[in-house]
Design a protein around this ligand. Structure first.
Ligand code: FES
Ligand code: FE2
Length: 404
């Protein structure tokens, strides 16, 4: 009988008992998706061709429309909860047309504040690494704010005459923390309807325990390509054994992918090497066992790929800077905070394999595609039976653009 080959070799005996988290039950929907997969040697791919206009990726007007209708309208999955693991911490996140300070106050509640002082508008903080503190102090004239954005102190307050501090808090953005992700609306006047953050998605992320994961690393990449081209590379497995032939390709084989819409988001479930239904049946009790047998890749619309590897996840946030320029933040989350050098080194290797090798291959392919499309010769991109999730994604994005 075929066995499942782990993505990276780790005998569980090498890992200390307290570094393995207690078993967590998968969601019913995660199990159902895995059960719908055929044995690897019986895979049959759907056969079809769909076409996408190249203007979706290279047209400036289209890019501006997406900025208004997607990035300024929808709740954006800005960062994992693990970025602000501790109460009393804050971090600045630039991009998406707004500089935002994410904070976790002393009671553990998350806030999103526009990074602009109520005195004369200066940025209040430049910290792009989480900092700890009770107050955020504007560097210009030292007005200080607590982590909920409340104005706490004004030096020489008397020189302002009448001044109502309670009306001069930092401007808040609508924000929720769900499924271990911090979701923020970039328009401070937007309503606080967060139904975009679908219950089905949150159920899966709660089953994965994303909220309790450890922030192992944060890496930043600049890619000369359209943001959706980068996302596309995480929406199909067609390229994996081909583009990644020198890196992660040999760890995978062409497999059928089960694509499910989770409300406004997507989940791809794919079999790992050696997958059979018998092996699956022995690994359904715990979500971490299940992750050894199948890989779940989530697309959080509009702009995030969330890849669940065996015992760590990568949250890749696309931050468009222009029609052909994107910043990608890669948050690597591990199941636990490693205590032993052995486990830490293992995850360092995983980081090198993904962020250091495989993801840059995806980014280069996206940049090369952008350059190729800007020649204007190829008016339409073709999508086939191994790129089904791309078809869903672009359909959903079109619906969101049309609806906004
Ligand atoms: S601009 Fe912030 S204190 Fe003056
Ligand atoms: Fe890839």
């Amino acid at each position: 009988m075929a066995t499942v080959v782990p993505e990276e070799s780790t005998a569980s005996t090498e890992v200390k008992a307290h570094e393995v988290r207690p078993p967590r039950k998968p969601s019913a929907s995660q199990i159902a998706a895995a059960r719908s997969l055929p044995n690897n040697n019986e895979a049959v791919w759907p056969a079809f061709t769909t076409k996408l206009p190249s203007s979706l990726y290279i047209d400036e007007d289209r890019f501006d429309e997406e900025h208004r209708k997607l990035f300024m309208t929808l709740p954006l999955p800005l960062a994992p909860s693990a970025l602000l693991a501790e109460p009393g911490s804050f971090v600045c996140r630039d991009g998406f047309g707004q500089s935002v300070i994410l904070t976790r106050d002393k009671d553990g509640k998350v806030h999103a504040l526009v990074n602009s002082c109520r005195h004369r508008g200066s940025r209040v903080t430049e910290n792009d690494e989480p900092a700890k503190g009770r107050l955020m102090i504007c560097p210009y004239h030292a007005w200080s704010y607590d982590l909920s954005g409340k104005l706490m102190a004004v030096p020489r307050r008397e020189v302002f005459g009448e001044l109502d501090k309670s009306e001069l808090g930092m401007v808040k953005l609508p924000c929720v923390e769900k499924g271990g992700i911090i979701w923020v609306k970039m328009d401070h006047e937007a309503n606080d309807d967060f139904s975009h953050v679908s219950d089905e998605l949150v159920a899966d992320f709660d089953a994965l325990g994303v909220a309790d994961m450890h922030m192992f690393a944060l890496r930043k990449h600049e890619v000369e390509g359209n943001w959706k081209l980068i996302l596309d590379t995480f929406l199909e497995g067609y390229h994996v054994i081909r583009l990644h032939v020198q890196t992660v390709g040999p760890l995978y084989e062409d497999t059928v992918v089960q694509v499910d819409r989770l409300g406004s988001h997507l989940r791809q479930t794919s079999a790992r090497v050696g997958f059979t239904k018998d092996i699956l049946a022995q690994n359904e009790e715990s979500v971490d066992d299940l992750r050894r047998v199948v890989t779940y890749v989530y697309t959080l619309l509009p702009n995030v790929a969330f890849i669940c590897s065996q015992d760590y996840c990568n949250m890749l946030v696309m931050q468009p800077k222009g029609v052909g320029k994107t910043i990608v933040h890669n948050f690597m989350l591990t199941n636990v905070n490693p205590q032993s050098e052995k486990l830490r080194q293992k995850w360092e290797k995983s980081l090198e394999l993904t962020d250091g090798l495989a993801f840059p291959e995806d980014f280069s392919a996206s940049a090369a595609t952008y350059q190729g499309l800007t020649t204007g010769v190829v008016k339409e991109l073709m999508i086939g039976g191994m790129e089904v999730a791309m078809e869903h994604y672009h359909e959903m994005i079109e619906e969101m653009v049309a609806r906004a």
